[in-house]
Design a protein around this ligand. Structure first.
Ligand SMILES: [Zn+2]
Ligand SMILES: [Zn+2]
Length: 228
């Protein structure tokens, strides 16, 4: 799909180092929009819409409370900048613990990748069992980007069990039961991203999916549950 890609005004303290573009189809009528396909979720499932945009475009905000713990949630594209540039924006990377810096840096992603992730996540969300019906114009947009959509075809990328859309609204201690997950946690792009149960995502941790499955197999063998 050819996109409009018109630059849109940005009201952010990271203005100089962030982009914002129109993601409507090229030649569209009416106003430009960065997330044209999210309107229905925004209206009927605002938590899901917020989650998709946040997870796609922002670094995770761990419960970092101390002084050197680092900024909470900043745009992933900002994390592509050097320490020197970030200092101009009030982000003192050198004052942070190396582990925090590493965590922030591995969340870095280009604007294009973040925006593709947002579309892919929306496409996946509408294919969960019990997902709301996708309005025709939005379905058309999503299918042009990622292919034909079918009900019940979005499993947890980790355990492969079906993921119910209703889990988005279920939250335990403020944490949703569905999380955005990555086959390789150090790469944020549309090929590598999907949804997972929160507990599956926690179990996978920082391993790639292949490393995770090998780890599980090793445990099951040692525990005498399976024989290879
Ligand atoms: Zn436009
Ligand atoms: Zn799972």
């Amino acid at each position: 799909m050819d996109l409009c890609s018109k630059k849109l005004p940005l009201r952010s303290k990271y203005k100089g180092i962030c982009e914002k573009k129109c993601y409507r189809e090229k030649g569209h009528t009416g106003a430009c929009s960065e997330f044209p396909y999210i309107a229905d979720l925004a209206k009927n499932h605002p938590r899901v819409k917020n989650k998709i945009i946040r997870d796609a475009t922002m670094t995770t905000g761990a419960a970092w409370k101390s002084e050197d713990a680092g900024p909470n949630r900043i745009p992933r594209q900002v994390m592509l900048q050097t320490d020197a540039v970030l200092l101009d924006y009030g982000l003192k990377m050198k004052a942070l613990k190396p582990s925090v810096v590493a965590k922030l840096r591995e969340k870095a992603a280009t604007y294009e990748d973040c925006m593709s992730v947002a579309v892919k996540l929306t496409w996946l969300a509408y294919q969960m069992p019990d997902a709301p019906t996708c309005p025709k114009d939005i379905k058309n947009y999503l299918e042009k980007r990622y292919g034909t959509m079918a009900a019940n075809s979005t499993p947890c990328i980790i355990c492969k069990e079906p993921l119910s859309f209703s889990l988005f609204e279920n939250a335990k201690r403020g944490k949703a039961e569905i999380e955005t997950a990555h086959s390789n946690p150090r790469e944020h792009n549309d090929i590598n991203v999907g949804f997972a149960h929160r507990e599956c995502n926690i179990a996978q941790g920082n391993k790639t999916l292949d490393e995770f499955y090998d780890w599980i197999i090793g445990i099951l063998v040692r525990a005498g549950k399976i024989r290879l």
